[in-house]
Design a protein around this ligand. Structure first.
Ligand SMILES: Nc1nc2c(ncn2[C@@H]2O[C@H](COP(=O)(O)OP(=O)(O)OP(=O)(O)O)[C@@H](O)[C@H]2O)c(=O)[nH]1
Ligand SMILES: [Mg+2]
Length: 197
């Protein structure tokens, strides 16, 4: 994929109205600190356009990145971040739910799971939520560089079992960019097939 332009077009807070976009959208969900913004940077070919942080809870808004005037990456706030109040967590949850429910342009929801850990109760809930909204989530197993090669298959299996999914799981590292081509190919196929219709 050739990234010609990148533009953070819309930032939505808890009370914002969601934008009425015309281009296909690809959303990235997952627990706080799992690597959503880092993945989006890698997929934009940028080092730090999407804000990342070693501290969880960096992305607290829904951010729409316009790519090439062809499609959007939608960076969602992370869930399961312990240091915010239950009230705020509930509001973020509602905001994510509203987005999944309302967006007419949303094509694929990527659900990111840290390859080192079995899916949590929150991950399973998110997975079920996405299914409930009519999407088949594509799982990205993040931080691939953090485990030994010999552990990869075992961890992928644990994620598959934990989420009870038969769907695609793509291992990815924002450090080495391993897995990026596969994700790009997947996105490109969808964007192209829409253009042809
Ligand atoms: N080693 C390694 N570190 C990663 C990888 N992806 C993300 N990180 C690190 O993990 C931390 C969190 O990454 P973010 O991309 O900010 O995570 P996020 O999911 O956007 O987090 P929130 O915005 O809080 O929901 C940062 O310190 C990143 O550098 C990866 O593939 N490998
Ligand atoms: Mg983030």
């Amino acid at each position: 994929m050739v990234i010609k332009s990148v533009n953070l077009e819309t930032v939505c807070g808890i009370t914002s109205t969601l934008p009425k976009t015309e281009l296909p959208e690809f959303a990235f969900a997952g627990k706080s600190n799992v690597g959503k913004s880092s993945l989006i940077n890698a997929l934009m070919n940028r080092k730090s356009y999407a804000r990342t942080s070693a501290q969880p809870g960096k992305t607290q808004t829904i951010n729409f990145y316009n790519i090439n005037d062809e499609f959007y990456y939608v960076d969602l706030p992370g869930y399961g971040y312990a240091r915010v109040s239950e009230e705020i967590k509930a509001k973020w949850g509602k905001m994510i739910e509203r987005y999944l429910h309302q967006s007419k342009q949303l094509r694929v929801v990527f659900l990111l799971i840290d390859i080192r850990h079995d899916p949590s109760a929150n991950d399973k809930q998110m997975y079920d939520w996405i299914i409930h909204q009519g999407f088949e989530p594509v799982i990205i197993a993040t931080k691939l560089d953090k485990i030994k090669r010999s552990q990869v298959q075992k961890q992928l299996k644990a994620i598959r079992t934990g989420l009870n999914t038969k769907g695609t799981i793509i291992p990815f590292s924002a450090e080495t960019k391993q897995g990026r081509e596969e994700i790009w190919d997947f996105l490109e196929n969808i964007v192209q097939s829409e253009k042809n219709n």
